[in-house]
Write a protein that binds this ligand. Structure first.
Ligand code: APR
Length: 315
């Protein structure tokens, strides 16, 4: 997955480079800066001393010493002053400059914390959106696997109303599962008898064939679709090259979301891969909530999945 959102301590990530949310002196501090320096050992501080500091929005690279990665890229995020002082532009340049530096050093895997979202006070949900937007823009032009390493649940701020709506939906659907007449559930495909041709016709179409047909119908390019689904090019090539390919359930769901399929078509696509959304799965019910609400923003879905301690799409 080109862009993953995972929950971990960044100092434990085995990758080519981790990014440090530093301050202008580059001489360490609290938060993730402190954690990285503690884990790396004194050699990191010695090398940082020689760098002579770093401007806000800029990035500099050092070795990683005792950390399980090759490099540490130090960048300095903006302090949040309400949003009217160019904070978003500076934060975007932190991600862009760090990624360009990683590319310069042939890094294939890079991990970011949520820069400025701690001591510097950047609203966490906005900090996450700036990160995702800037990293996604870079990944449209470059092959790299980037992880946003979220350390604590507070990093995802999801609206209380959305949480209540989803909780109510899960409770409702679970009850509904035992009492509702057939045909009201996303995963029970009740076709009118007259649709027999459709049913027989669609039975012949594989997951891969339906996916490619839908991409064409939506006027999307392959790249637009798999990048929006947060699926890497290699996996997409396998699916495209093998009409009988069976993807994992999260992959099938990610494509249904990327194609912004209505519930019935999403259920069809999942069915082609041998899956159905089940009311006994909280993960499935959250996915179903978003598809039924026609809300196809994978980041918003991940924020909800994270809130309910579920695995994330594309992670
Ligand atoms: N792994 C991953 N993320 C972490 C970790 C960790 N071990 N520790 C903290 N974080 C997260 C925080 O939860 C927050 O979401 O990193 C994000 C950035 O928070 P800060 O570390 O406070 O960084 P920032 O807000 O950019 O402030 C930078 O803080 O530590 C000082 O020297 C630093 O002065 C600089 C300022």
């Amino acid at each position: 997955m080109p862009l993953q959102i995972i929950r971990n301590d960044i100092t434990r990530m085995r990758c080519d480079a981790i990014v440090n949310a530093a301050n202008n002196t580059l001489l360490g501090g609290g938060g993730v800066d402190g954690a990285i320096h503690r884990a790396a050992g004194s050699g990191l501080l010695e090398e940082c001393r020689a760098l002579g500091g770093c401007e806000t929005g800029e990035a500099k690279i050092t070795g990683a010493y005792k950390l399980p990665c090759r490099y540490v890229i130090h960048t300095v995020g903006p302090v949040w002053h309400g949003g009217g002082f160019g904070e978003e532009k500076l934060l975007s340049s932190c991600y862009r400059n760090s990624l360009e530096l990683a590319k310069q050093y042939d890094c294939e895997t890079v991990c970011f914390p949520l820069i400025s979202a701690g001591v510097y006070g950047y609203p966490k949900d906005e900090a996450l959106r700036v990160a995702v937007n800037e990293i996604s823009r870079f990944l449209l032009e470059n092959e790299m696997t980037v992880s946003i390493v979220v350390y604590d649940k507070q990093s995802f701020q999801i609206s209380k109303k959305l949480i209540a709506d989803i909780r109510e939906y899960i409770d409702e659907r679970y009850i509904q599962e035992h009492y509702v007449p057939r045909g009201n559930l996303i995963y029970s495909q009740c076709k009118a008898p007259g649709d027999l041709r459709d049913v027989v016709g669609s039975v012949d179409e594989s997951f891969s064939e339906m996916l490619l047909r839908k991409i064409d119908e939506k006027g999307m390019t392959d790249a637009q679709c798999y990048k929006k689904a947060n699926i890497d090019r290699k996996l997409f090539s396998k699916i495209r090259g093998n009409p009988q390919y069976k993807p994992s359930k999260p992959t099938a769901i990610a494509f249904a979301v990327a194609l912004e399929l209505p519930p019935e078509e999403a259920a069809d696509l999942l069915l082609k891969a041998g899956y159905a959304l089940s009311p006994s799965s909280k993960f499935d019910m959250i996915i179903e909530y978003f598809i039924r609400s026609r809300r196809y923003d994978i980041l918003e879905i991940n924020e909800a999945l994270f809130e309910f301690d579920q695995p994330l799409l594309g992670a």
